[in-house]
Ligand binder design. Structure first.
Ligand SMILES: Nc1ncnc2c1ncn2[C@@H]1O[C@H](COP(=O)(O)OP(=O)(O)OP(=O)(O)O)[C@@H](O)[C@H]1O
Length: 625
């Protein structure tokens, strides 16, 4: 074994982790244990009754091993005593009573063990379910911006993987307490006989503990450092075989490329992990031998005491049994201790995720401005600039204009000009990096974001194709109304989705999307009509359609916008489209280029001005001539 790979070199030197960070110090490892109380509180909150029951059964079970060993001692001593008596006086009853007692204890121990396992599994399932719910709830509160950060994804991923494995940690912590109590009982007998035996026990077992905890830390570091790659592995696995990607993977013949990448990454992880588990197994064997040597030294000592007549045969079995069990328990406790500490390291990731706070939220302690009903003045952009997280370039800069109440405003600009970004700022999915947006004269940040979003209906170009029945797919626009069939049908009519749904074998109850049984997929334009219906489900004061009509044929798009104009009478609306035949229907058109304001005005005004809009319009019109 190379020097740099040996156990002693890795335990003494601070070797960098695979993610480039230095290995964790012993102190860091111990400090992770501070998360245990919070973790235990979560378990308690999951089900106080199951937790109490579990603890009670474990306490009872903790006392059984010493009781059984003691009964064993009594049995042997009674047998020896009886064997020395004249044959006629040898009554079996006292021995049989003791054997019956030991039998009873054995049955009880087994029943308690099964009871504990049952409660562990019930509590574990509940805990995993509740944690998944909390995870989804918390993720829903976070900002969009946080979802676009890869470090955030790593945290989310680690927290997600935690939900199941944490139930193992729970059982480990509880077993730890149980075994500790058993050990205290056993130690009392052993110390009374000879306190040095306890010391011998510690000396025999501690090296194994140090080895275990060292390798646990290495394995945590490996797994932690590999989070991004493991995410990539999941991504590759899914991309290689999923309904969403199958089409392009086949057409472009990508499977080889994806499989190669998967193989390279997974092999690399396998190799690193393999070398770790081999070293772990080798050192583990050595330390187990040290432990066994300690046990046999003690055994020889106890036997010699028995031969000298200083302890009875019964005591010999009791002491040897106690020592053997204690060794097992202590080894178990110590090695479990390092996996508990390792589990606590993972807990850190788990709680880290839950401690992430959204920035865009209701200001605690400050009065919230009620949302204006109706909006009187509109939205005013004052010198608004926005830069995406980790981006060099400004997506929007120096934006000054007013979206007047009741106005239909179209946004025009080339790909990447910043149109969608502007809409996201209006919906407060992000806050401006500089400048501010005023609604009726007050900063958007003074309103409750939840209320603001209720008053805004946005359909994005990359709207979600929910794998849900057709009716519910529309109802997601206002999910509280999911059982209001007339309302859903009205929205379908308004968005032209009604004719799509009429063709489905099960109408509004037809599952759409191919993921689930009996699902029917729709064409791009048909999906868009469904998504548009979501906008009509809302009673929003501001409606935003960010190119949700790109896949509609020209006639359908024309009709959609004609209706949109009629149906949103008196409401404020923002439309994004690359088709000028649609754009010209708006009251005013805002042209942006590279995130900057270029011009604003009605279609005739902008044409007359002969600026950028006129140029783009002529360009498109020329294509049709
Ligand atoms: N989540 C993001 N993170 C980083 N940069 C982004 C993100 N989304 C958009 N951008 C960048 O911000 C700029 C503006 O993008 P935006 O989506 O607002 O353009 P758009 O005008 O809507 O374009 P299109 O007509 O193609 O839909 C682009 O340069 C884009 O690359």
């Amino acid at each position: 074994m190379a020097r740099s790979d040996s156990f002693f070199s890795t335990i003494s030197a601070k070797k960098p982790r695979p993610d480039g960070k230095p290995a964790l110090t012993v102190r860091e490892r111990f400090s992770a244990l501070q998360h245990l109380p919070e973790f235990l509180r979560l378990i308690w909150q999951t089900s106080p009754a199951l937790t109490l029951g579990n603890v009670a059964l474990r306490l009872l079970r903790a006392a059984l091993p010493v009781a059984m060993l003691y009964v064993g001692q009594l049995i042997l001593d009674t047998v020896v005593q009886l064997s020395r008596q004249p044959a006629a006086e040898r009554a079996l009853t006292p021995v049989l009573t003791l054997v019956a007692l030991e039998f009873g204890l054995a049955i009880l121990s087994d029943a308690l063990g099964r009871g504990v396992a049952l409660l562990d599994s019930l509590l574990g399932d509940l805990f995993a379910n509740q944690t998944s719910v909390r995870l989804m709830q918390h993720a829903a509160e976070l900002d969009l911006d946080q979802f676009e950060d890869s470090a955030f994804y790593d945290k989310l991923e680690r927290a997600r993987r935690q939900t199941l494995s944490r139930t193992v940690l729970m059982a480990q912590v509880l077993s730890q307490a149980q075994d500790f109590i058993t050990m205290v009982f056993l130690a009392v007998g052993l110390v009374a006989f000879n306190p040095w035996l306890l010391l011998l026990l510690l000396v025999a077992v501690v090296p194994a503990f140090l080895g275990e905890s060292h390798f646990n830390e290495r394995s945590y570091s490996l797994v932690h450092g590999w989070t991004p790659e493991r995410r990539e592995l999941d991504y590759l696995r899914q991309t290689g075989a999923s309904d969403e990607t199958a089409k392009e993977v086949k057409i472009f013949g990508l499977s080889g490329f994806l499989i190669d990448r998967f193989r390279t990454l997974s092999d690399e992880f396998y190799q690193q992990n393999k070398s770790l588990v081999i070293r772990r197994a080798s050192w583990g064997t050595f330390f187990a031998a040290v432990g066994a040597a300690g046990y046999y030294a003690a055994y020889v000592y106890i036997i010699s005491q028995a031969v000298r007549g200083q302890v009875s045969i019964g005591q010999l079995t009791f002491l040897a049994g106690s020592f053997g069990r204690m060794r097992g328990l202590l080894e178990g406790i110590l090695s479990r201790f390092s996996s508990v500490a390792e589990g606590a390291l993972y807990l850190q990731d788990f709680f880290d995720f839950f401690h992430l706070q959204p920035r865009i939220r209701r200001n605690e302690g400050q009065p919230v401005r009620p949302f204006p009903r109706p909006i009187r003045e509109g939205f005013r952009f004052e010198n608004v600039g926005f830069k995406y997280r980790n981006a060099e370039k400004w997506a929007l800069r120096n934006l000054n204009f007013t979206l007047q109440a009741g106005e239909k405003l179209a946004l025009v600009g080339e790909n990447g000009a910043g149109k969608t970004t502007l809409v996201k700022l209006l919906a407060r999915l992000y806050d401006p990096t500089e400048g501010r947006i005023l609604l009726d004269g007050h900063d958007l940040r003074e309103y409750d974001p939840a209320e603001l979003r209720q008053e805004i209906g946005v359909i994005f170009q990359d709207f979600v194709r929910f794998q849900l029945p057709a009716g519910q797919n529309l109802a997601v626009g206002r999910i509280e109304q999911k059982d209001n069939q007339p309302r859903i049908e009205q929205a379908a009519q308004q968005s032209l989705a009604d004719s799509v749904i009429a063709k489905l074998p099960q109408g509004y109850d037809q599952m759409i999307g191919r993921r689930f049984n009996g699902g029917v997929d729709l064409s791009g334009g048909e999906w868009q009509k469904i998504a548009l219906g979501r906008a009509y489900m809302r009673d929003a004061q501001l409606l935003i359609l960010d190119e949700p009509t790109a896949a509609l044929d020209a006639r359908a798009e024309y009709e959609v916008f004609q209706r949109f104009k009629d149906l949103t009478q008196g409401k404020t609306a923002v439309l994004i489209s690359h088709r000028f035949s649609t754009v010209r229907m708006a009251d005013r058109i805002l042209v942006i280029e590279n995130g900057q304001f270029v011009e604003i005005g009605s279609h005739p005004e902008l044409l007359a001005r002969g600026g950028r809009y006129a140029e783009l319009f002529q360009l498109q019109a020329a294509g049709y001539r």
